[in-house]
Design a protein around this ligand. Structure first.
Ligand code: TYM
Length: 348
């Protein structure tokens, strides 16, 4: 396999409310990778419109949500001058490569995607073709920059496996041409998911069997990045738990999904691991642990929320960040697309 320059790519959809799961599973990790990698962070607006308009809210809401996700990136500490921050639709290479990948990926592969099944629900005949082909666009997002590492939450694992399958099939199908055009034995890297830490799957505060999600009807099920201290405290106070005290060891969290979720959130916010949290809080009742968790959450999210609010008041700045980021992204994507055209035999 050829050696590829390391490059991080990840994306967040501008749909609904950004929540603690998005922050701990993805955005916080984006920030951590900045010192060691070249990073591209994208607000994936073309993914948002794969669902019904009622879900993403129409043109004005889409534009506002795109700016809001960008504000969250910047407020969390992503440095848009050293790295690239932009919205997906500005760079046509994403959609162009997605078409090529529609011709590489197999229908059988897409039929296995659990997220499509969940999102389309019983009404599958009526889901958009875009929702079905969504994982191909996601593969294109990463591979149009020949991204090697992809920080995501646990729910994106299957999509990343598909992206690897697509990259590999392209490399095999066009192996002769890839070599002839001087790209060695592989044109696309097989992107690696980076799924790590104590909060790769943050669960609903109302039901430890369900993922914390933007689309869950109950606002009490999630902590939004726009929530104030009182809202955070109330949501944690009312979070569902069981009657037992916290165990002193990880084994004791088995079959206690709600307890495991709160301990995981605590560990991720405190930048430690679950063992350490249980060493400190083992034996505590939720009446003691919940206020400690709320305090930590408010301490960590407060500055982020305040900075998001400040940035939301300056849309001109956000738009300029996205414009400049889009230009830089476009240059890299254009290079990849030129090479892809040459490899396939599409005249340019
Ligand atoms: P999206 O917008 O649903 O979520 C953004 C990121 O947040 C993570 N996440 C969670 N992590 C932990 N616990 C949770 N409850 C939770 N909910 C969401 C997601 O795993 C994700 O990392 N398909 C992607 C967006 C995308 C993308 C890409 C990601 C499009 N192209 C290319 C990586 C690379 C999505 O819908 O994420």
């Amino acid at each position: 396999m050829s050696a590829f320059q390391q490059r991080v790519f990840s994306g967040v959809q501008p749909t609904g409310n950004l929540h603690l799961g998005n922050y701990l599973g993805a955005i916080k990790r984006f920030v951590e990778l900045q010192d060691s990698h070249d990073c591209i962070y994208c607000v994936v607006d073309l993914h948002a419109i794969t669902q019904d308009r009622a879900v993403w809210g129409g043109p004005e809401q889409l534009a506002a949500s795109t700016r809001e996700v960008t504000a969250a990136f910047l407020a969390a500490g992503i440095d848009h001058t050293r790295h690239i921050v932009f919205n997906q639709s500005r760079v046509s290479g994403h959609a162009e490569l997605a078409w090529i990948f529609n011709c590489v990926a197999r229908i059988g592969w897409l039929n296995r995607m659990t997220q499509f099944k969940e999102k389309a629900g019983k009404n599958r005949e009526n889901a958009s073709v875009g929702l079905y082909a969504y994982p191909n666009l996601m593969a294109a997002d990463i591979l149009v920059y020949r991204g090697t590492h992809v920080p995501v939450g646990d729910d994106q694992k299957q999509h990343l496996e598909l992206a690897r399958d697509i990259a590999q099939k392209f490399n095999i199908d066009f192996a002769d041409s890839i070599a002839a055009k001087g790209h060695g034995d592989a044109f696309f890297p097989l992107p690696e998911p980076l799924i790590a830490g104590a909060a790769t799957r943050v669960m609903s505060l109302r039901d430890g069997a369900r993922k914390m999600s933007k689309s869950e009807a109950s606002d009490m099920s999630r902590i939004n990045l726009s929530d104030d201290a009182d809202q955070i405290a109330a949501k944690i106070r009312k979070a569902r738990t069981d009657p037992e005290a916290l165990p002193s060891e990880v084994d004791g969290l088995e079959d206690r999904p709600e307890a495991a979720n709160l301990v995981g959130i605590y560990a991720a916010l405190a930048e430690t691991d679950v063992d350490q949290v249980l060493r400190e809080h083992g034996g505590a009742q939720f009446s003691t642990f919940k206020p400690a968790l709320a305090e930590l959450c408010i301490e960590k999210l407060g500055p982020l929320t305040a900075e998001m609010r400040r940035l939301n008041g300056d849309p001109g700045h956000i738009d300029e960040v996205l414009r400049a980021g889009g230009e830089r992204a476009r240059t890299i994507a254009a290079e990849t697309m030129d090479a892809v055209r040459d490899i396939i035999g599409l005249l340019r």
